[in-house]
Design a protein around this ligand. Structure first.
Ligand SMILES: C[S@@+](CC[C@H](N)C(=O)[O-])C[C@H]1O[C@@H](n2cnc3c(N)ncnc32)[C@H](O)[C@@H]1O
Length: 303
């Protein structure tokens, strides 16, 4: 199988431990939306593209047995190291597109945090196969940070993110990835023979958070063909700045954008120089609450 994200993560100085340390943690509220949707039992859960295993560790508090998989062996190792002491949690190397080590109808819940944009559509077939009837698929993606109640600082954060999207090198599949994130994961194709009508597509904080580069606000990097989703899918807009948030000294965001997503050959503090200066003018010395827009898709396997 051709690996795509490997090309990015392996070719940069990307460090999973940095990622774990710097990234905004998923809140109990975020997991709450997933658990509320879940009608199945609480036996087996699978966290696909687990990275350092953050989501898997949360699931291990709720489910009898949890498996985290990632295609990157190094991340699987990191996840194991930082998850010592969890007796009901294991990690394995696997591609989302090939879950053949798992039987049909096995998992009550499958979760994909911040990674479904990378998957080929075969992954969603595989997920349909391994889910139990009435089991839940939950996936989410977050993009633009914003500062609740501060439109000027929010605009600068959006400008930074827009620039980030322009320079983002990634790989051959970048167009597909951008379609998926710009559409709030609606371009991830869920096979209708597996999933019940009524998939929920929740947009959190889209007004302030924008989420990527909606056409008409910033020029979109890719063309966006219509999404092939059923009419029965339910779109929900929720304003909830607590869904994904951190409260940090103002310069944290500069470090976050510089360290978390390194680009080879590019000095990011130089790339974002003007925007970083604007942030200094607006926020210097303050403790700032940063929040994010999040797209969440909640689907249920047919009986
Ligand atoms: C942004 S990280 C998200 C980590 C974790 N889910 C979280 O939310 O903290 C993306 C992860 O997706 C993994 N990944 C990307 N494409 C994958 C695929 N097709 N199969 C398995 N893992 C994949 C990468 O190795 C990386 O660990």
């Amino acid at each position: 199988m051709v690996s795509r994200e490997d090309e990015y993560y392996e070719s940069t100085s990307f460090d999973m431990r940095n990622y774990l340390e710097m990234r905004p943690p998923y809140s109990d509220r975020l997991y709450g939306y997933v658990y509320q949707h879940h009608k199945g039992s609480w036996g087996n859960a699978l966290d696909i593209a687990t990275g350092p295993g953050m989501v898997a560790r949360e699931l291990a508090r709720r489910f009898d047995n949890v498996v985290g998989v990632d295609f990157n062996e190094r991340y699987v190792e990191t996840a194991r190291e930082v998850s010592r002491g969890y007796s009901n949690l294991t990690f394995q190397q696997a591609y989302a597109e090939d879950l053949s080590q798992f039987p049909d109808n096995h998992f009550d819940l499958v979760v994909i945090g911040q990674a479904a944009q990378w998957f080929k559509n075969e992954a969603f077939e595989e997920i349909g196969r391994v889910l139990k009837p009435q089991g839940t698929l939950a996936m989410w993606f977050y993009a633009n940070g914003y500062v609740p109640g501060d439109p000027a600082a929010t605009k600068v954060l959006h400008d930074i993110f827009f620039k980030f999207n322009q320079i983002f090198p990634y790989t051959k599949d970048t167009d597909e990835m951008f379609q998926r994130i710009t559409s709030g994961l609606d371009h991830c194709k869920l096979p209708q023979h597996y999933f019940e009508p009524g998939t929920r597509r929740i947009r959190f904080n889209y007004k302030d958070g924008l989420c990527v580069n909606p056409p008409g606000v910033y020029p979109c990097r890719v063309s966006l063909p219509p999404c092939e989703i059923p009419d029965t899918d339910e779109f929900v807009h929720i304003e909830d700045p607590e869904i994904l948030t951190v409260t940090k000294p103002w310069d944290w965001y500069k470090r976050y954008m510089s360290v978390l997503i390194p680009m080879e050959h590019l000095d990011l503090s130089e790339v974002y120089k003007d925007e970083f200066e604007d942030l200094d003018k607006l926020l210097a010395g303050k403790t700032v609450k940063y929040s994010w827009a999040v797209s969440m898709v909640l689907a249920r396997k047919k009986q």
